[in-house]
Design a binder for this molecule. Structure first.
Ligand code: SF4
Length: 388
């Protein structure tokens, strides 16, 4: 019952960094796993053919998933929900994980991602398409009344705090776009600059005023930072982008079209890609293209120019499927830039793309990037709040 306590972690050796990966996600999967009676699942070895793991309380089975291989996340999740109860927790990989993209994510509940460090490729390498879990039990507390009191105290603290009580509930994590930009910390055009003139077009305020359908909270979370938005070009509603995603496909690629970012975000959720690394890899490719290192004949009619919104959509699709030049992009920015002899154009640490804070403006955060055991990352020591 702890607020924000429904989260779970995917821990493995990272195919992107070669070091530890520990990618965190919200949604409902973690709570279902706990209600089924498990604190952790350890997956060893590799299945000969595609499988999924089925868990309903004490019943645990490895089942055939060949009919799901090659399918996107929403289709896979729909199918896996059918084999259990309506509210079962489902996590899975999309085509990017199957094709061992080093920036592939694990997606749960359709639009929540254990995004970083290529954890989706590890599931793909094991031929494990997904996990479905339904738990009918409940958590035992040594003192349930005391726990309830602690939870009430925590909820009050969250509500009284300006960030968790107002900023995040009102605008989602996208509340950060204008704040970070106005402080000159918003990396733009593959970190060539740290201020994006058109940031307000991709801000939390714009998303809330013009595109928000509803909030999309994780299990038992009073903050409810998740968003559900209208994607005009696809004539659908879906999970909206986080701050990091608005930055990666937005400022870092020189793009201020929030609807194009919604599409790219949705494609990442469907193919199972990390939005930070996907956007940042496209941004690095844009710099390679503008420097004349990537040639027109390589990019198949979709120029990788900063500001070209078609590029983030087309190249995200091709990365997800490893089609054409997307095959190189799917390796992540470091390996891409290395192929062209300029690894220094990849804005990364331990080969993992940096997130949406320019370390030149907040040097303590640069130190955190440099020393994080999982590579470029903003959740191993968040120096931003301290500095502001
Ligand atoms: S809704 Fe936001 S704050 Fe709440 S658990 Fe999910 S990601 Fe965290």
């Amino acid at each position: 019952m702890a607020p924000t306590g429904g989260r779970y972690m995917v821990v493995t050796k990272s195919p992107l960094t070669g070091t530890i990966a520990c990618s965190n996600s919200g949604g409902f999967f973690g709570a279902e796993l706990k209600n089924a009676g498990y604190d952790a699942i350890i997956i060893e070895g590799r299945a000969e053919n595609p499988v999924y793991l089925f868990i309903e309380d004490d019943l645990v089975e490895i089942r055939d998933a060949s009919h799901l291989w090659g399918r996107v996340v929403s289709e896979t999740t729909d199918e896996l929900k059918k084999v259990s109860k309506e509210k079962a927790g489902v996590l899975c990989i999309g085509p990017a994980g199957e094709k061992l993209s080093k920036i592939a994510a694990v997606i749960n509940d359709y639009d929540r991602a254990a995004g970083r460090s290529g954890v989706g490729a590890v599931m793909g390498s094991k031929n494990l398409k997904g996990i479905v879990v339904k738990g009918t039990g409940k958590v035992d507390y040594s003192d349930e009344d005391e726990m309830k009191q602690i939870v009430q105290d925590c909820i009050k603290k969250l509500r009284d705090n300006g960030v968790t009580g107002q900023g995040l509930p009102t605008y989602g994590t996208a509340v950060l776009v204008n704040i970070i930009n106005e402080n000159g910390v918003f990396p733009t055009n593959n970190f060539k600059e740290s201020y994006f003139e058109k940031a307000d077009n991709i801000s939390g305020e714009t998303m809330t005023d013009k595109h928000l359908v509803r909030k999309n909270p994780c299990y038992r979370c009073p903050i409810a930072c998740g968003r559900w938005v209208k994607i005009e070009d696809l004539n659908m509603e879906a999970g909206g982008p986080e701050y990091e995603t608005l930055w990666a496909f937005g400022a870092d690629c020189g793009i201020d079209d929030i609807q194009a970012i919604f599409v790219a975000n949705h494609l990442c959720n469907e193919y199972g890609l990390d939005t930070i690394s996907t956007g940042a890899t496209i941004a690095a490719a844009m710099e390679l293209y503008e420097k004349g290192l990537i040639k027109d004949d390589e990019v198949d009619g979709t120029p990788l120019k900063f500001g070209n919104k078609e590029a983030i959509i087309e190249w995200t699709k091709k990365m997800g499927l490893r089609e054409g030049f997307g095959d190189k992009l799917a390796e992540g920015s470091y390996r891409l830039c290395e192929m062209y002899g300029v690894p220094e154009l990849s804005m990364s640490v331990k080969k993992q793309e940096l997130p949406a804070y320019d370390p030149r403006a907040i040097q303590g955060h640069g130190l955190e990037y440099a020393t994080s055991n999982r590579g470029g990352c903003h959740v191993r020591g968040y120096m931003i709040s301290l500095k502001f």
